[in-house]
Design a protein around this ligand. Structure first.
Ligand code: DX5
Ligand code: ZN
Length: 234
């Protein structure tokens, strides 16, 4: 099991989402954001049912794993039937699987977490902006990570929804120090500090990292993580 999401360290992690990468050059795009300081790769899986878009599946994870043997591959399942894809994604090399609260009951969610752990990955629960925290609190002790959507899932490049920040604070209070809280959607230099201050310690970002030249990506990742500005040569 990959140790990064199980570490009690609360240093903010930046998770470049490859959804906004140039798919024709995926290997080099992923290498570029890891070289630029990205802590892991966020892989957005969509099925055309839970969200109105189609993206990538286990074969993408398999190719990423072959090229990056040690990187945490954070697979965000925006799909109606996550249970059917635990094995295919973990066998392909996924380190972590996050499924959505909107597609399961809390009891089914608990079984899914057990299934993910038994397969050898860490497990996360994602919540869309309107989804309430309370029905899920009993499941929290079993999770490695909670992901709060700050957009409606489906597409990169949408506007950040600050109205989810109170929910983030509420969730942080309910989590242990060794559990991660990830924010996903519309994250950029204007709102990363607010996300971190609310208690997020994993920031997933697609457009703000990939939609800029490779030489600017390291600076953006440092900004998202909250590192002090640094002069860059050349
Ligand atoms: C959206 C995905 C996000 C997306 C974020 O459904 O889950 O991870 O890639 O894209 P940006 O950072 O552009 O909002
Ligand atoms: Zn995502």
């Amino acid at each position: 099991m990959h140790a990064l999401f199980r570490s009690p360290s609360r240093l903010p992690l930046v998770a470049p989402s490859i959804l906004a990468a140039d798919f024709m050059r995926m290997g080099d795009e992923a290498a570029s954001v890891l070289d630029a300081g990205g802590d892991l790769l966020h892989v957005d899986v969509m099925d055309g049912h839970f969200v109105p878009n189609l993206t990538m599946g286990p074969d993408m994870v398999r190719c990423l794993r072959r090229r990056f043997p040690d990187v945490l591959l954070d697979v965000h399942l925006m799909i109606e039937k996550p249970g059917e894809f635990v094995r295919p994604f973990v066998d392909a090399g996924a380190s972590h699987l996050t499924f959505h609260a909107e597609v399961v009951t809390p009891d089914a969610g608990r079984r899914l977490v057990d299934q993910i752990h038994a397969a050898g990955a860490t497990a996360g629960l994602a919540m869309n902006p309107p989804t309430q925290v309370e029905p899920w609190l009993d499941l929290f002790p079993d999770l490695d990570l909670v992901l709060v959507m700050s957009i409606f899932p489906g597409f990169a490049g949408q506007r950040f929804m600050p109205e989810v920040l109170p929910k983030v604070r509420r969730i942080r209070e309910a989590l242990r120090a060794d559990q991660r809280l990830e924010m996903d959607g519309g994250i950029g230099p204007d709102n990363a500090a607010a996300c971190r201050e609310a208690g997020c310690d994993v920031l997933a970002a697609a457009s703000s990292i990939f939609c800029r030249p490779a030489e600017q990506r390291a600076g953006m990742i440092r900004t998202l993580r909250g590192e002090p500005e640094r002069e860059t040569k050349g």
